[in-house]
Design a protein around this ligand. Structure first.
Ligand SMILES: C[S@@+](CC[C@H](N)C(=O)[O-])C[C@H]1O[C@@H](n2cnc3c(N)ncnc32)[C@H](O)[C@@H]1O
Length: 277
């Protein structure tokens, strides 16, 4: 019988890895989130039978770092999250989209946000191209399958539930399965908002009509948040819209963003691109 010796790591090693994770992904790990990293590292070192130094070097391997990042991102999401955002998109934004406009869900997790956008796209016959990206490749693989548990549907967003029913059916295990053709209309690719790398093809500056980057900035420090917001604003066409979560946008002062203004429609705060720089 083979025994696995369970490795316990030093706090200093944990801190060093947390710093490396921050440099690569922007994620600032605290409290329970840092405990997730500790458990991951202790499990991995035990399974690989490696000491801290060996594992540190092993993390140069792209696949190994990807697996670490995939294990520590928080993918909490659900359909039509922050319903008022989708009311705004439904009444003010999608009706005005031109054919071939780009709509980008830039931290899409398992895809509930991007599917919500694709549903509005069909509702309005807008023919926009929906792009969905995330740093977590496991989440994107789940998205590709298009199968969702009941926790992806909440009271918040219930107003749009019927629209989702047009593209899905319920399985005997009570999961919701989306039509494969519908799921395939959404362009999915991995993209790291910090390193700006991944399989997502370069998105030209000034080309996107709508970007959603909601509930991802909360994991970054404020300087990083500001850099990501300004990077995304550059991607917007004149008049284009960037939506963050209500909490995230409340942390921004007007002077921190270039080329966009913070506007408010029915308590939905958003950035609108004023010029193409
Ligand atoms: C809490 S989920 C938000 C999902 C969705 N936008 C929503 O609001 O429901 C945060 C997502 O951000 C992704 N993420 C974290 N760091 C990222 C980075 N540097 N680049 C791209 N995505 C990142 C995570 O993988 C996770 O799927």
């Amino acid at each position: 019988m083979e025994f696995v010796v369970y490795m316990q790591i030093d706090n200093s090693f944990l801190e060093k890895i947390a710093q490396r994770v921050k440099t690569i992904s922007g994620l600032c790990l605290f409290g329970a989130h840092k405990d997730i990293l500790r458990h991951y590292l202790e499990d991995r070192l035990s399974k690989m039978n490696m000491n801290e130094m060996e594992f540190w070097n092993f993390l140069d391997n792209e696949q190994e770092m990807r697996s670490l990042i995939n294990s520590i991102t928080i993918g909490e999401t659900y359909f039509f999250r922050e319903e008022k955002h989708f009311d705004f998109l439904d009444t003010k934004v999608f009706p005005k989209l031109k054919p071939n406009s780009l709509v980008w869900s830039a931290a899409c997790a398992t895809g509930e946000e991007a599917i919500s956008l694709a549903v509005l796209n069909c509702k309005h016959g807008s023919k926009a191209k929906i792009i969905a990206s995330d740093i977590n490749t496991n989440s994107l693989a789940k998205f590709e399958k298009g199968i969702y548990r009941p926790r992806s549907f909440r009271q918040d967003g219930i107003k749009f539930k019927k629209e989702l029913d047009n593209f899905s059916s319920i399985n005997h295990d009570s999961s919701t399965v989306f039509d494969k053709n519908f799921i395939s209309t959404i362009h999915k690719a991995d993209f790291n908002l910090i390193k700006r790398c991944g399989s997502l093809k370069n998105i030209t500056d000034g080309s996107v009509s709508v970007i959603l980057a909601r509930n991802v900035l909360i994991y970054f420090d404020h300087d990083t948040q500001r850099e990501v917001v300004n990077f995304l604003i550059k991607k917007l066409e004149a008049g284009g819209i960037l939506l963050l979560s209500t909490t995230e946008i409340s942390h921004f002062q007007d002077f921190e963003v270039q080329g966009a203004e913070k506007l408010n429609f029915n308590n939905v705060f958003y950035f609108q691109k004023t010029e193409v720089c």
